[in-house]
Design a protein. Structure first.
Length: 312
């Protein structure tokens, strides 16, 4: 009986109904003629073998899960030691963990005697179907890989993208979170970020701020320049040439326009102070210049009319 149960299965062949009936009858006859004690022993042996396989699969799971946890902690400590980018560390940690779990499950299934090739094919087909159904998510996933590879920004940077300005608070594999200056959290898909324009105010320090405003014709430019350069001294966040990469504040005559002249004020500062200093300067210029008799002109048009002589 053992030989009957343990013999390899024959190759698939075309079997007629008569042949199938004959084989079934032969099997029944064999079972009738086999002693009961031998049948019980054979069944017990098969159950014991399957039980050993189950115990081995459980042992593989316990050891594998322990190794996965240890590997996860090892990767985390390794990235912390090298002070690597947190987003990249999180992504690699998740990817390695997911891969190890898949390998562990396949090892357990193989230990139980189940054909893993068909399971792998089923997983691949299911993955393709899910990928087609979630094409937008796949695009965002690919965008996340691009952002992690080229690093146009990092957590803490101030950026302007997709019509929004704020500080990057989180970068995941499918989306990026941005906190605006009015403390709103905006989630932007990585697919849109990877294919759009990104203005990173924090990538290079110091940063130049250029303000433009108009004054009337006839304004004393030397007086105006002195007022503005004195005004910027009240703001400690504005840098000068003593800071590497920065320059001293300057005032330029921009354009000669139809009803006014354009003035440009350029100062240097750290990226994190950009918006604060911009708002501060706009308010101070608006308040200080009228105190010195310099006003902001409205658009105006001078019309000269000539009276035509009338003949009698």
């Amino acid at each position: 009986m053992n030989l009957l149960l343990q013999s390899p299965a024959p190759a698939a062949e075309k079997i007629s109904a008569d042949t199938l009936v004959a084989k079934g009858a032969h099997l029944v006859e064999t079972l009738k003629t086999t002693p009961a004690d031998e049948l019980v022993a054979s069944t017990a042996s098969s159950v014991a073998k399957f039980g050993l396989k189950v115990l081995l699969a459980v042992a593989i799971y316990i050891i594998g899960a322990w190794l996965i946890r240890k590997t996860k902690k090892l990767i985390e400590k390794s990235f912390e030691k090298r002070k690597a980018d947190k987003t990249l560390a999180s992504f690699i940690q998740s990817l390695v963990t997911a891969t190890l779990w898949v390998v562990l499950i396949l090892a357990m299934v193989g230990t139980l005697g189940i054909n893993t090739t068909s399971i792998a094919a089923l997983l691949a087909a299911g993955g393709m179907a899910i990928g087609m159904a979630m094409s937008g998510t796949v695009q965002n996933f690919a965008g996340g890989l691009i952002l992690l590879a080229f690093k146009p920004f990092k957590v803490g940077d101030f950026v302007e993208t997709q019509g929004k300005f704020g500080r990057i608070s989180e970068i995941s594999i499918v989306h990026t979170k941005l906190v605006t200056t009015d403390n709103r959290e905006i989630t932007i898909p990585n697919g849109a970020l990877a294919n759009g324009n990104i203005d990173n105010y924090s990538s290079r320090d110091p940063h130049r701020l250029s303000l433009k405003f108009n004054v009337p014709y006839g304004t004393d430019l030397d007086q105006l320049r002195a007022i503005l350069l004195e005004l910027v001294k009240d703001q400690p966040k504005i840098l000068n040439a003593e800071t590497p990469g920065a320059k001293n504040p300057k005032v330029y005559l921009g354009e000669l326009q139809d009803s006014s002249i354009q003035i440009k004020l350029r100062v240097w500062l750290l990226a994190k102070d950009y918006k604060k200093v911009e708002h501060w300067l706009n308010e101070r210029i608006y308040k200080e210049l009228p105190k010195h008799g310099i006003y902001f002109p409205f658009p105006q048009l001078d019309v000269h009319m000539k009276s035509a002589g009338h003949e009698d």
